[in-house]
Design a protein around this ligand. Structure first.
Ligand code: NAD
Length: 257
């Protein structure tokens, strides 16, 4: 019997690097998955790439910042599978790279809307289901940018600090009901998001930016999506049964808390 046999997990941002890598590991361990993403084609593609069956998976297009979409993905999951054991609250966007005086207000609004309101709405609608069940594990995706400052990232850093705040609040609210809430705080991870951040940061030399970001990591390299997925899967599993309100950095030693 594998660890996630019979378990139901929702993943947002499931078509992206970290979301898909986590879906793969959970599927290999027998989980039933609700894969949620803004990009329907990409999330359907993920379902077929991972070889998931109709009986064991559902692909849902949703904007995590839209309350009706969030209600709908939670309802679709419960209607199909009858419960939610795990929730990987992971969708996010990077915004742009600019110092505060040049940072467009509309970009700030957009980043906060997706990364903060999106994560909040996921918690708002998944928590009641888990409280009623009397069990469940939630993993929010913050970032190293949620723990330290990084010049040029006022929107993204503000949003990921907020994700840590809501992780701590909600963990305390739901602990008496058998529900755990933790966060992963990845460093520089090899996904579409870092390719975009490299271009945004040094448009004339994205490759140079990549080398510099990698060199700043004590382990001297980017992390892979699978390395974040391993930690998310642990926190979602019963192996982490006494772990809550914890922030797990996955960053090659870059940040010391
Ligand atoms: P990614 O761009 O590969 O994946 C993000 C996914 O989220 C995409 O599939 C995208 O379509 C989806 N998404 C974006 N906006 C959405 C919305 N409004 N509603 C629903 N889905 C939406 O990037 P990733 O690296 O896999 O990022 C996953 C999470 O990890 C994000 O929260 C990101 O901030 C965080 N993170 C990434 C890194 C990194 O270096 N890659 C570091 C720290 C934290």
């Amino acid at each position: 019997m594998t660890k996630f046999e019979g378990k139901v997990v929702i993943i947002t941002g499931a078509a992206g690097g970290i979301g898909k890598a986590t879906a793969k590991k959970l599927a290999e361990q027998g989980a039933k998955l609700a894969l949620v993403d803004l990009n329907l084609d990409a999330v359907q593609q993920a379902v077929s790439e991972l070889g998931l069956s109709d009986a064991n998976s559902i692909a849902i297009q949703a904007n995590v910042a839209n309350e009706e979409d969030v209600k709908a993905y939670v309802k679709a999951t419960v209607d199909k599978f009858g419960k939610i054991d795990g929730f990987f609250n992971n969708a996010g966007i990077e915004g742009i790279t600019a110092n505060v005086e040049d940072y467009p207000t509309e970009t700030f609004d957009l980043v906060l809307n997706v990364n903060v309101k999106g994560a909040f709405l996921g918690l708002k609608y998944v928590v009641p289901v888990m409280k009623k069940q009397g069990y469940g594990s939630i993993v929010n995706t913050s970032s190293g940018a949620g723990l330290i400052g990084a010049p040029g990232f006022v929107g993204y850093n503000s949003s990921k600090h907020a994700v840590i705040g809501m992780t701590k609040v909600v963990a305390l609210e739901v602990a008496p009901f058998g529900v755990r809430v933790n966060a992963v705080a990845p460093g520089v991870i090899n996904t579409r998001m870092m390719r975009q951040i490299e271009k945004n940061t040094v448009p004339a030399d994205a490759e140079g930016a990549r080398k510099a970001f990698g060199a700043a990591v004590p382990m001297g390299r980017y992390g892979e999506a699978e390395e974040v997925a391993n930690v998310a899967v642990f926190l979602l599993s019963e192996d982490a049964s006494y772990v809550s309100q914890s922030i797990y950095t996955v960053d090659g030693g870059q940040i010391s808390q």
